[in-house]
Design a protein around this ligand. Structure first.
Ligand SMILES: [Zn+2]
Length: 155
């Protein structure tokens, strides 16, 4: 018996506009604290189709956000129950900064093709029509720069 795994690389990440909107609203809650969400979804041909915004309980600080391990398991189990999987994580930074060392090590998934998006300035300058974000994609334990044009917002 083998465990099902998502493909190691998705061509595109299709995300409904309403879900992108929900993501920014959730991340930018007016607090001077980092925040985090996950995108869960399904395989759609060579693409990933994001279908669900996951809001994990997190420990938030001005300069970091941590999801406790038991909350990570809860989110992963929820995916298994619903029949989707974690496509990406998305979290805010106080400034326009790269992935930190904590980000590199602390991401929820270690699978190839997992994407980590960062939204600078606590999400305050990001909107659906003008998203201000960048990302990384995990490949064999290494974070590579992610071309944001691979995210396709579905209207
Ligand atoms: Zn970070």
């Amino acid at each position: 018996m083998s465990v099902w795994r998502p493909p190691e690389r998705f061509a595109h990440f299709k995300v409904p506009a309403s879900l992108v909107l929900d993501t920014f609203c959730y991340l930018n809650d007016g607090e001077e604290l980092e925040s985090i969400a996950y995108w869960a979804g399904k395989v759609d041909g060579t693409d990933a189709l994001v279908t669900r915004l996951v809001k994990p309980r997190a420990i938030r600080d001005e300069r970091f956000v941590i999801v406790p391990v038991e909350e990570v398991s809860r989110a992963v189990n929820e995916c298994a129950a619903v029949g989707d999987f974690l496509v990406a994580q998305i979290h805010t930074h106080p400034q326009d900064e790269d992935h930190s060392e904590t980000d590199d090590c602390g991401t929820v998934s270690k699978r190839n093709g997992f994407v980590s998006l960062v939204v600078p300035f606590y999400g305050r300058y990001s909107s659906l029509t003008k998203p201000f974000w960048f990302g990384y994609e995990l490949m064999n334990g290494e974070w590579r720069e992610f071309e944001m044009s691979r995210v396709h917002v579905l209207y």
